[in-house]
Design a protein around this ligand. Sequence first.
Ligand code: BGC
Length: 826
Amino acid sequence: MSAIPSSVPERLEDELRKRLASLDLEAKVRLLSGKDHWSTYAEESIGLRSLILSDGTVGIRGVRWTETGTSINIPSATAIAASFDPELARSMGSVIGAEGRRKGVDVVLGPVVNLQRTPYGGRHFEAFSEDPQLTASMGAAMVAGIQSEGAATTAKHFIANEAETDRTNSNSVVSKQVLREAYLRPFEAIVEAGGLGVMSSYNKVNGTPAIQSELITEVLEREWGFDGLVVSDWGAIRNVDAASSARGGTDLAMPGPKTAWADGLLDAVREGRVPEALIDGKVLRLLRLAARVGALQGIGPLVDRETLPTPPLAEALGVGRKLRDAGTKGMVLLRNEGEVLPLPPSVGKIAVIGPGAVTPRTNGGGSAAVVAPAAVPPLEAVKAALPDAEIQYAEGVRPYTLVKTLSAANGSAPGGPGVVLIDFLDAESAVLGSERRHRCDTLTYGMGYPEGVPEDAVTAIRASTRLSVDAAGDYVFAAAGSGYAHVTVDGVTRLDDELVPINSDAVVGMSLPPQGLIQLSMTPERPLDIVFTYTPVQKTVASLRLGFETAAPDPDALIREAVEVARGADVALVFVGTSSEDEAEGFDRSTLALPGRQDDLVAAVAAVAPQTVVVVSSGAPVLLPWRTHVDAVLLSWFGGQEMGWALADVLTGAAEPGGRLPVTFPADEQNLPSPRPHDGDVVYSEGLDIGYRAHARVGTAPAYPFGHGLGYSAWDLSAMSIEKHAAGVDVAVTLGNVGGRESRQVVQVYVSRETTGVVRPALWFAGAAVSEQGPGAEETVTVPVPRRLFEHWDEGSGSWSLEPGTFRIHAGTSSADLPLAMDVAL
Ligand code: BGC
């Protein structure tokens, strides 16, 4: 086959149609379901190879979710959006893209451009922002970055998929205007930026399953001209009617091989219930994407991966440094009384408190999680950054119930290397294959067994380890995984039970597995042999986990111990946050309070420490009831694998806390949208008033407003001017660094309208510009505001419309601090 440059689209289209025409119906239908969990069928007769797909939001998980396939772990989306810098999103996208190249991935399942409609949303951390425009600019930049490395992206989840509760059945009820102005906006921006794929979501939207919503065919494809691939969310085309789901706009049903289409689509076409032309359209989209990523023989890809530099070991390309800088640019300093931060190099005694100082939360739970090669504990990073300080650590609290993962410190696999020996057993308990594993948090097999292990024959998985301890005491061993657990300790059965997860969502079974606990009294002289035989409920979610730690101490005693450490220190650094038990895929949060006794811990420490700095690691807003009683509050989000170093940089002033809030931090839980369906419906009754816009409407103040964040210098915004042109307006803002050190400021532009005849937010974000300046320096930055941001969706005419009149343009440093304003008549 001759090479056809993709820069000749008509010729490419002709060629794709020619190849399509050579396929019979059976071959075409076969291509529309996955071959397995992460790949598609090849079709040799037309030179099509199999495509590999992989999640996709903070790294590239690859086809095996284990420590044998680690991935660079960038900060999660909210942390990236906090930079308000699309260039940073693009650069992080290119890190993901390069990882995709290293792991042979053609289609990256991301980014998530659903909005942070409610802080309760379980996958809030995977999304960029509560604001449509900020999400749009971050999402489009991330897509450009990933695709610059030759992979395709699938922006997800299309559409109105802002909640996890009963996520495969719930129906999002949302008006056309709100869809257009808020929830569709990021997808539209990504199509404009050349995004090659979209993932259709599990939920229904206004009564129709999103996989077959006309928003795909009518808006995404016809109106916006998207000619890429629409892939279903995993399993969304399983228990549905083949014909009606295929008549909708989704092109590829994943994962395979069992999908409703694999079972029933061929007959549906033969019986005339689905036109063959529709099948042709779907296959054509698949071929187009395949051509663009170089999976169609003889057709050059959009980006020739062969010509890009060899995919890196993280260090070789300085990715570590890049991730560390990105981490600091996203960290948000909410409060800094008496300029307690940055810590001076002369700081004497520091109390470091909280388990997050030792086990950083680098990413959130669920399909987004990757296994990072390593992540330095913030405690170690702070020690390295302040070598002369006297640092004492106290655990303070255990705000989680999942027992800590068994590690090499206490576990060794019998008869050889590794922490645990895994045997795959058939129905007669014969061993089908074995492997030695070095980590126990990632024993996931349902999506792929090791080579040579016949998946269909596996009935149970046996994990064997020898436990040993350094100090005599009480310990707890946890056997976790949805299914049946049988555990012997030195040959004696100690657990024989069914372990049932909190809900039936397959992803929850993996990321938040139910656990069975065994209390053990141990001494260093007497190790114990553990054999955990696990029979998964379904083989597709075969995921087990082994936990081990000291028996839970008395919570009051833990706090008392931390208070004693804090009392003798000059400054206390308290690490609090959420865990994968609170923020993950497959369920929503029921409270915004920090889990466990963390609030009590902060209050108790703040009462005795001369200065208290609280570092919050979460992917979503949490309540900070003690915020005015502590000196500083710093958000590190889920900051990626370099989060420890980035934190040390910010705490010591080696870097600015560069981030600003991409989401409102509420003061309490009043009037927040719920993610929970009522009678099946999640009603988007707040309309366009998401997050900060709700506060602007009624004039209330949250704990910390959208856009807020402090740096280590002082800035002055002195002047603003506006230039009108056909495509919108340019807003120029002059600002100066009037403090004593180099710093970063995010100038934000918002729009409002005094008198209007249409439903619109009281205030809306229109764009931002970053300024980085030394002390005394001044510059003028320009924020372009496209015309679209002055328009509204007119439901009557079904089109965008500009209401003539005066708009007010505001500039400042948060949605609640807008010192400059000018009117513009449009
Ligand atoms: C998630 C998607 C993800 C897919 C594959 C689904 O459960 O909703 O975001 O890409 O699984 O892991």
